[in-house]
Design a protein around this ligand. Structure first.
Ligand code: GUN
Length: 298
């Protein structure tokens, strides 16, 4: 079988167009322009690129956005003060603190300081708790984007065996929680594999839908995939490539060439999950703007 390529770039464009129309409606009806603040601490080049792409996407859909750059040696209290200022700033409906933060900063404490109504990354314990209960307002962009890739390509997770490889707070855990919920676009039987899993290949071979967020090139080989499975590759890894001008290329966690001969559908890297993460951040910022106008539903 040769897999269908699940084009995240095209789908993200479709979702950005939907967001642009939502933004125009909010501006017209309420005189409010949805705004996103991004906090970038330090000078990690990958984080700087992510944040730049997020800002560009905001501009494209008519949102207001600003990046708050802080030096790598910022203290915990300085970052905390920045978040608190943004909590009180009504121009910003969403706050995104780019992770990871430098080691002198207590990441959990910063995340907990974000106003839950502005937590467009869905990582504040209040929003994670609502996801656990199956009534989320904000779901972290990557898992939310993966759910859209599945549903909008006709791969309804209902009743499927989903295997998630990885248990990070921003991808693996919310992915599992999202797809195990009762209701539309979910209702799957979910298994989570992680570094403590003994027989990972045996488990991944049971997957109708395999979501891989391990952070290592070629972590998933063809023998670990069931014939006809849908494979979602969250990995973004740099591997040396002298034939490229910049000296490296980006690859996922899945051995794309071999696995695409076995899967029925697969996301490419780049151009798969990555653009969807940003699109869903925009969706969440619209939700945050609506919450600021109407309040939460329950
Ligand atoms: N670092 C890598 N991915 C993400 C993300 O989706 N949100 C934030 N805040 N930081 C990240």
């Amino acid at each position: 079988m040769t897999a269908k390529i699940l084009d995240g770039q095209a789908l993200a464009k479709e979702i950005r167009a939907e967001v642009a129309s939502d933004v125009a409606e909010i501006v017209q009806k309420h005189g409010v322009t949805p705004g996103l603040a991004a906090v970038l601490v330090g000078d990690d080049p990958a984080s700087a690129i992510y944040v730049r792409n997020k800002r560009r996407a905001c501009d494209e859909v008519g949102m207001f956005s600003e990046t708050f750059e802080m030096p790598a040696d910022s203290t915990h209290d300085q970052v905390l003060a920045c978040v608190q200022k943004l909590n009180a700033d009504s121009r910003f409906h969403g706050i995104l603190v780019q992770l990871p933060l430098p080691s002198q900063i207590n990441e959990h404490s910063i995340i907990e300081s974000i106003d839950p109504n502005k937590d467009v990354d869905g990582i504040h314990p209040f929003n994670v708790g609502k996801l656990v209960q199956g009534r989320p307002d904000f779901v972290s962009g990557t898992p939310a984007g993966i759910q859209q890739i599945l549903v909008r390509n006709g791969h309804d997770p209902a009743g499927a065996n989903v295997v998630v490889c990885g248990r990070s707070d921003i991808v693996g855990k919310p992915m599992a929680l999202l797809l195990m919920q009762r209701g539309k676009g979910a209702n799957a039987t979910v298994t989570v594999c992680h570094t403590g899993t003994k027989n990972m290949a045996e488990i991944t071979r049971q997957a109708d839908i395999l979501v891989v967020a391990i952070g290592r090139p070629n972590a998933i080989t063809a023998d670990m995939v069931k014939e006809g499975a849908v494979v979602i590759d969250v990995g973004i890894n740099r591997v040396d490539d002298a034939s490229r001008k910049r000296g490296y290329r980006l690859v996922g966690d899945v051995d794309f060439e071999a696995v695409s001969e076995k899967a029925s559908a697969i996301t490419p890297v780049p151009g798969g999950v990555g653009p969807m993460t940003i699109a869903m951040l925009l969706v969440n910022t619209v939700t945050a703007a609506r919450i600021s106008i109407h309040g939460r539903e329950s």
